[in-house]
Design a protein around this ligand. Structure first.
Ligand SMILES: [Zn+2]
Length: 227
């Protein structure tokens, strides 16, 4: 299962596309590239520090909770791959979550590459717990960088019986390729999204509506049909 910005948006987590793609007068692209970080690390840190603090003001919604309920029933047979950098899946109770675009709550050391929990705003330059250098960056995959866990995701796509995409626009590579891979390996495919997306025609089954409404209904049907 793949989840995207659409599921977090209903919890009040702003997406990059909100506010016309601007943040404090910066184009979002200008705070989400390695070049931006090199040029102006303070601005990049302020952007992600603010997004991390904003997580304290949001809660998981019924879509996150339904997916956690599904995991409790399916155990290791369910894997959530998310494009989101928030922790709403985990707070709802999901345990098997891969953050392919990184995680706001961890930092990555630009010296030793260790990933560690964020203990203080990164603009304050806290030290890396591994090597002690004060060279942490947000553990977020920026434009032009390789997403995390692609091998593990490929294995899951190869092995899965069903693939669901929830709240993803489909436009972001490589997520758009996941549905094609899953289908070519024989999985059933379903899209749950607010509205039709660019990749809607690739799915066997499509349900449109707010994630907090359509996801719990779908999960209840799955649980009923599998006893
Ligand atoms: Zn380090």
């Amino acid at each position: 299962m793949l989840t995207g910005a659409g599921i977090s948006a209903e919890s009040g987590v702003p997406t990059f596309r909100d506010a016309g793609g601007l943040w404090e007068g910066h184009r979002v692209e200008d705070v989400a590239t390695p070049e931006a970080f090199e040029r102006d690390p303070d601005t990049v840190h302020r952007f992600y520090d603010a997004r991390r603090r904003a997580l304290a003001r949001v809660e998981p919604n019924p879509a996150h909770e339904a997916l956690a309920r599904l995991e409790r029933a399916m155990g290791d047979d369910l894997l959530v791959v998310t494009q989101n950098v928030d922790d709403l899946h985990e707070r709802a109770g999901s345990r098997r979550v891969l953050h392919m675009h990184g995680d706001l709550l961890t930092a990555r050391c630009t010296r030793c590459d260790a990933r560690s929990p964020v203990a203080a705003d990164l603009i304050e330059r806290p030290p890396c717990p591994e090597c002690g250098e004060r060279m942490l960056r947000p553990d977020v995959v920026w434009f032009g960088e390789m997403p995390y866990d692609l091998d593990e995701i490929d294995e899951a796509l190869l092995a899965c019986d069903a693939f669901a995409a929830i709240g993803t626009s489909g436009a972001v590579y490589p997520a758009a390729g996941f549905v094609m891979s899953a289908a070519s390996f024989g999985a059933r495919t379903i899209e749950l999204n607010l509205a039709a997306s660019e990749i809607t025609p690739l799915f066997e089954d499509v349900r449109h509506g707010p994630a907090s409404v359509v996801v719990p209904v779908w999960v209840d049907e799955l649980l009923a049909s599998h006893g």
